[in-house]
Write a protein that binds this ligand. Structure first.
Ligand SMILES: [Zn+2]
Length: 168
């Protein structure tokens, strides 16, 4: 089911989310709504549960066909995602980000260029994904949502926030 996406300044977007204890029918329904809502927006590559008003640690992403993507795991749903490797020796790079919850703006954010993220998939299976480039950026953006952070909290400077020229 496609659901409305919360936008700033909705307070739910600023709250840390709780872990999903059991992947039951309700959790799967939420994940399915995330996928449907992401698919409904042609340029969305990911969405996290708080954007649908649900403070649970789950997101979905799909960077298939994106020109900046290198690694690509297709459509991914991750419950309780945890970063297992990032920072340290990993190069970091600046890139432009947007968000369905911040419809009018984009901004430049520094992110780790590669990472490994672990979590639970839609069928309850353990997943460990090695991501780089645009997919790694998408993971970090979605993980931030689960901690109540938006890309605007991480822009490199206030001058690097831009008004979108095109609208959905
Ligand atoms: Zn977002």
């Amino acid at each position: 089911m496609i659901r409305p996406v919360l936008v700033l300044p909705d307070p739910v977007l600023g709250r840390a989310c709780r872990p999903v204890e059991v992947i039951d029918g309700e959790a799967v329904a939420l994940a399915t709504d995330l996928v449907d809502t992401m698919r409904a927006s042609s340029h969305s590559v990911g969405i996290a549960a708080p954007q649908l008003g649900a403070s649970w640690r789950v997101f979905c992403m799909d960077v298939s066909g994106h020109r900046k993507a290198r690694s690509c795991h297709g459509e991914v749903v991750l419950f309780n995602p945890v970063l297992v490797e990032a920072g340290g020796e990993v190069p970091r790079e600046v890139g432009r980000e947007g968000c369905m919850s911040v419809p009018d703006l984009t901004g430049d954010v520094v992110r780790a260029e590669a990472l490994v993220v672990r979590g639970i998939g839609l069928d309850g299976e353990e997943l460990e994904l090695e991501c780089d480039a645009f997919e790694a950026r998408a993971v970090q953006h979605e993980l931030d949502h689960l901690d109540g952070l938006l890309f605007l909290d991480r822009v490199v400077s206030p001058e690097r926030v831009f008004r979108r020229r095109t609208y959905r």
